[in-house]
Design a protein around this ligand. Structure first.
Ligand code: CAA
Length: 380
């Protein structure tokens, strides 16, 4: 495939790269040390139009293509995977479901606020006993007059507690399995809806990961997204796009780890010469560089398919599977190239190592991506 980007896409890359280096880098220590949510950075991203890159202009977005959005996540994640996932979840699964499945009223009410960054979006699918098997979720929604009553809980919700709107999945017909799942737009101040404990995580410090509780939560009937029973398809089809975003985040981590390791290997001398010119480290760098290039092709191929309006589920899962593994492997090797220094917080590679792992877990584990890919292969 042709990996030449348009002038507009290159401008997006440069703008986001400069923004990340100038505005996000100084805030990394605060996020790492105190787990502080980067609210100021999210506000700035709103001002720059980054919170609605692929959202049509008529709904307040930048009206750019999906590839430009993927470029933004890729570049942000080279500096901070935390900021990368905040934007990815906000756009792919926090805003797009409303844009793609909402009524005209729902789109007018929520999308412009999300696209401008006035609102932050989140996605509530996973439950304590329904992770990979998302179709077995237990949160219930019972219609009573002009509203639904929601009961249940969600876990590992990215942007939770900071978000203004949540796309929440609940069962309106427990006997129908995944065909009984419906989607709802839940506003943060909904009566009966509360945010629970914030997880202490290995990495992605600064990104909120919380529980959500619904105790007789009253959601207006007009906030049903799509039809009753259509929720699982809404979740799955938006995860197809979401997974390209996570793959781009993983690619960003891998590229940053490769760059750090390469620069260090040029400068660090042992046995009289730069370690990068010695085979033990040189072969490592060659493997790392090759994997990064392969991941890049898969990520941008999936984005390109989406831009052309073609099916991209299989390629999205392949991109996520490969890019997330690449991020983990390249980050581990980057720590090794740095030796003892790599194990300290003096260099960023230990952060890349911690941040990389979750890309193999959220928005569908690597095992789930293999199930999805295999299903496509068997169907051909
Ligand atoms: N698009 C549209 N519809 C789809 C679809 C897709 N990509 N995939 C499946 N469906 C439809 C099927 O056509 C089927 O429809 P019918 O009932 O009408 O025939 C229905 O959904 C059920 O399909 P399956 O039988 O394939 O469903 P399943 O129960 O076997 O599950 C699965 C499939 C792929 C394993 C799915 O459960 C899955 O993706 N699990 C992982 C969950 C996940 O990714 N969670 C991420 C949470 S969000 C997150 O992590 C965000 C964050 O914080 C970063």
């Amino acid at each position: 495939m042709n990996l030449r980007f348009t002038e507009e896409q290159e401008m997006m890359r440069k703008m986001v790269r400069d923004f990340a280096n100038e505005q996000i880098t100084p805030f990394i220590e605060e996020m790492e040390e105190n787990d502080t949510f980067p609210r100021q950075i999210v506000n700035q991203m709103g001002e720059l139009g980054l919170m609605g890159i692929p959202i049509p202009e008529e709904f307040g977005g930048a009206g750019m293509d999906f590839t430009s959005y993927i470029i933004a996540i890729n570049e942000l994640s080279k500096v901070s995977a935390t900021v990368g996932v905040i934007l990815s979840v906000h756009t792919s699964v926090g805003t797009n479901p409303i844009l793609y499945f909402g009524t005209e009223e729902q789109k007018q009410k929520y999308v412009p606020k999300l696209a401008s960054g006035e609102f932050l979006g989140a996605f509530g699918l996973t439950e304590p006993s329904a992770g990979s098997d998302a179709g077995s979720l237990k949160t219930s929604a019972v219609k009573k007059g002009d509203h639904y009553v929601l009961n249940g809980s969600k876990v590992f919700i990215t942007n939770g507690g900071e978000a203004d709107t949540y796309v929440v999945f609940a069962s309106t017909n427990s006997e129908a399995g995944s065909r009984g799942i419906s989607a709802f737009i839940v506003e943060k101040d909904t009566p009966g809806f509360t945010v629970g404990k914030k997880e202490k995580k290995m990495g992605l410090h600064g990104s909120n990961t919380v529980m959500l509780m619904f105790e007789d939560a009253i959601v207006p009937a007009e906030n049903l997204l799509g039809q009753e029973g259509e929720g699982f398809k809404i979740a799955m089809s938006n995860l197809d796009n979401g997974r390209i975003g996570i793959a781009a985040q993983a690619l960003g981590i891998a590229e940053a780890a490769l760059e750090a390791a390469t620069n260090y290997a040029k400068e660090r001398k042992q046995f009289g010469r730069a370690i990068g010119t010695q085979q033990g480290i040189g072969f490592k760098l060659a493997d790392m560089g090759t994997k990064v290039e392969a991941a890049k092709l898969l990520v941008y191929q999936a984005a390109n398919l989406k831009d052309r309006g073609l099916k991209c589920g299989q390629q999205a899962s392949m991109a996520k599977l490969f890019a997330s593994r690449t991020a983990v492997e390249v980050a581990i090797e980057a720590v090794q190239v740095f030796g003892g220094y790599g194990y300290t917080k003096e260099y960023p590679v230990e952060r890349f190592f911690r941040d990389a792992k979750v890309t193999e877990i959220y928005e569908g584990t690597s095992e789930i991506q293999k199930m999805v890919i295999n299903k496509y292969l068997m169907a051909d």
